[in-house]
Design a protein around this ligand. Sequence first.
Ligand SMILES: [Zn+2]
Length: 332
Amino acid sequence: MGINLPVSGPAVVAHGKGDLRIEDIPLTTPAPDEAIIEIAYGGICGSDLHYWLHGAAGESILKEPMVLGHEIVGVVLQQAADGSGPGMGTPVAVHPATPAPGDARYPQDRPNLSPGCTYLGSAARYPHTDGAFSRYANLPARMLRPLPESLDLRTAALVEPASVAWHAVARAGDVKGKRALVIGSGPIGALAVAVLKRAGAASIVAVDMHDKPLEIARAAGAYEVLKGDDAKAIAAVDADVVIESSGSHHGLASAIKGATRGGKVVMVGLLPSGPQPVLISLAITRELELLGSFRFNDEIDHVISALADGSLFVDPVKPTNSVSPMALKPLK
Ligand SMILES: [Zn+2]
């Protein structure tokens, strides 16, 4: 094809609790349906941090070294040999999921729920699924989403987490004209604020324990922010839709307190495994709808268009001083 393909490249490999290494990993021959991607940016997910710091993310426990990273974007270095997917030089975002259709019972229109679904950089299955915090990665063409010209790679690094937020908001149905409350204003919470804003929520209140996330949530579109877990102030929000993105039972308690009678609480923050003390009686007497939210499906395509046309504003969530791209230098 006129270019010399690399034989290896650096990657971020989690070996176990507290054991993270930068290693040179060989670039294997891609399968016929796989393209070689030169990775440009990668967002760090809470799960990446958990694998590094605890050797596990929720129920997913590291049993062998695994390349981290699933919030990644890059440029096609070599198109898949079967001709599918974007061609060489195309900037792409990546849908990290590989659903596993089969006989198991799950809603067919929600492949994110298919048992056996794998995800880049996840130890949920064994053998684990390597991620792509690496200079090069072989990725199935069906995972690749070409970026419109108006969407730069660095912004596109938010496509994956924004899709998680989009899916969470979508779980609540139409939020237009609704009062919204977001508990936990980390990246997913702040992106949920941006998605709620775009979807026309009448008011958006963001809650967090710290100033910086609240500053970002406000810049992303929150009309009001609340610091701490003042039960009275949170209850006064009286929200039609609450997005719980803190992943703690305290946060879930706040979410329930902040929901209006007959309201919806979407739980996207992953709580630790095992029983959780939760203020559930109020959810019963208020007839709340408690909705789980896990990853996403085709929302990624909506997110890419909304980022490209500027209707989804995520700039406040982008780090101000990210390192320069790992690559994007032309290969000799
Ligand atoms: Zn993630």
